[in-house]
Design a protein around this ligand. Sequence first.
Ligand code: NAD
Ligand code: DAU
Length: 329
Amino acid sequence: MRVLVTGGAGFIGSQFVRRLALQGERVVVLDKLTYAGNRANLEGVDHEFFEGDIADPAAVAQAADGVDAIVNFAAETHVDRSIMGPAEFILTDVLGTQVLLDHARHHGIRHLQVSTDEVYGDIDLDAAPCTEDAPLRPSSPYSASKSGGDQQVLAYVRTYGTDALITRGANTYGPRQYPEKFLPLFITNAFDGERLPVYGDGRQRREWLHVEDHCAAIEVALRNGGTGEVYNVGGQERENMDVVRRILDLTGASPDLVRHVADRPGHDRRYSVDSTKLRDLGWTPGRSFDTGGLEETVEWYREHREWWEPIKSGDYKRYYAQQYAARLG
Ligand code: NAD
Ligand code: DAU
């Protein structure tokens, strides 16, 4: 199989490229190399690389030439950045998805859309996990743009008969995650003795999904999933403050670094999804967040300063100041 992986230089996409390449599949990557894209993530991995924008039909036509399937990871992905400026999110996550779908439609190939549990919005503490038919109630410009991408996928299936499907994954963690996201931000700050900015009361709940389990799920859906189907990919639910305490334990950092700061506007309290449908298709997650998963991740960041130290300079510093300076005082 020859597969186009868009966003393959990012956190989850690069792990997916590695996974397919190790199985001997031929992988083509199309990536715009935004601040989150990093060629170093693909070092030593057999693949063909095109730098370009998924919203550019010519770039897509070139990269997708002769592929059997497209797996779309390319997106603007950070909720806080979407609050600062939503436009880029709509261009990539909605328009870019539509350009890829057009290619899949005209070439009769499969399109797998990598989406998120955030499209369901938050749910009450005592609510049952969302199944795939739950209504979409996105809260942030990020999740609204991802919902827009999902709706395009479903519209292409119904209107044109395009062979497309969707996975909706939970909060993913593991090596090579850009350190703007909660876990790598807190782990690397803890190593450096920097403050740990907890939004609001820190009682929000997320499901934590190891990046390898997430990639295994996407592969199962790609190979065995049905056209027009949606598959949730859940993880292990934990309260943010519990995760912070574990990070302090594992890094040996002082609890004095923890600061409760102004909350994220529109902050979702809880996500929880039911993954029965994907398990029935053959997905068996192998990682436990508490026994091994988080600890190995902390060790990876401890041993790979050469990966994250260059990232946490330059543009990142400007972003960090904009996002946290007023909050941290
Ligand atoms: P990331 O931010 O680490 O990487 C995104 C990649 O997409 C980068 O390499 C970037 O350069 C590329 N990109 C951005 N805009 C592009 C464009 N217009 N054209 C081509 N490439 C472009 O993201 P991630 O965390 O690896 O997430 C990958 C996908 O998985 C996204 O679609 C995201 O919505 C989804 N997802 C992420 C999580 C999570 O917790 N990280 C959970 C569920 C779903
Ligand atoms: O649920 C899947 C989604 O998970 C993906 O679709 C997104 O791409 C990914 O960014 C992630 O979204 P979240 O908003 O849940 O992740 P984030 O890492 O930004 O935040 C996780 C939790 O930690 C959330 O409750 C906000 C909180 N947080 C985050 C940051 C960056 C803090 O308390 N302080 C922080 O500085």
